[in-house]
Design a protein around this ligand. Sequence first.
Ligand code: AHG
Ligand code: MN
Ligand code: MN
Length: 336
Amino acid sequence: MRVQTLGQFIIEKQNDFPYAKGELSRLLRDIGIAAKIVNREVNKAGLVEILGETGEVNVQGEQVKKLDIFANDQFIAALKVGGEVCAIASEENEDIIPIDNEVSKNAKYVIAMDPLDGSSNIDVNVSVGTIFSIYRRVSLSGPGTMEDFMQRGTEQVAAGYIIYGSSCMLVYTTGKGVNGFTLDPSIGEFCLSNPNIKTPETGLIYSLNEGNHLHFPDGVKKYVKYCQEEDVATNRPYSSRYIGSGVADIHRNLLKGGIYIYPTTTKSPKGKLRLLYECNPLAFIIEQAGGKATDGKGRIMEKNMKELHQRTPLFIGSTQMVEKAMEFMLKFEAVS
Ligand code: AHG
Ligand code: MN
Ligand code: MN
């Protein structure tokens, strides 16, 4: 079988883009390059003491950067020189980063990202990821502004994630299905490994932090109980799988079928995950793969953006499982 690299695939598909084809292709290529550099650091993390807290000095006497800051810097640098975005929003930066350089003056896009998802797993050799979401700018010219990021998830032109796991994968959508690429380290290229990913209608896995059980809304408590009950017809009890890296949990469920929930808790009454650079891009991918993403009541991608780091509850995965969880949410709404 012919191996197709990410670069070849993007060029072949660029006629699918209704708008600014070349630019979006180049932007995706820039993301692929930054991902390879971050992957290289993730792979040697244990060796070069990159795991220390920011501010420490490593054996070479260099300033040590924590991996999430390294990933953030790397993506920002690649996106700035790439010239295809006029502003960046990142989990690691309180405000947007408007880009005001010569190469970016005609940039048509903005990008929002979670440079390192699963930070609690950095030091322990468990998969982490990067999530990104791309919008067409709505501001007219110059560096991008806040209004460029205040668009609904339905306006995304592309979204994706990278998993730095047992292999490194890049999964993305431009609204025409979802494709997955695995990094072949011997040639240093992402190669198409999972074309046109479709998620199963239902699955046997539920993923949420059950340590928070006491603080879940009643609908979630009842749904978890439902997952644990014996029922031959629906193959219950389901298996519980939760790594703590949303990207890895959601990627596994995307391929195998399952549901991932991060509900409101008493500690995080609005939920923990961020709408702009975690939930919307993951929702776009899941929907493009035939799954569903809601906040327990309505579609994630139709939520209004009010602030950059806005949080939301997230119910995401196989359609039938998300719908079942929402039934419980509706039924027990009054008491939660
Ligand atoms: P981040 O590392 O970017 O802060 O995101 C972590 C997110 C998500 O990826 C993960 O599923 C969840 O937070 C884990 O949170 P808990 O430790 O509260 O379960
Ligand atoms: Mn995250
Ligand atoms: Mn993060």
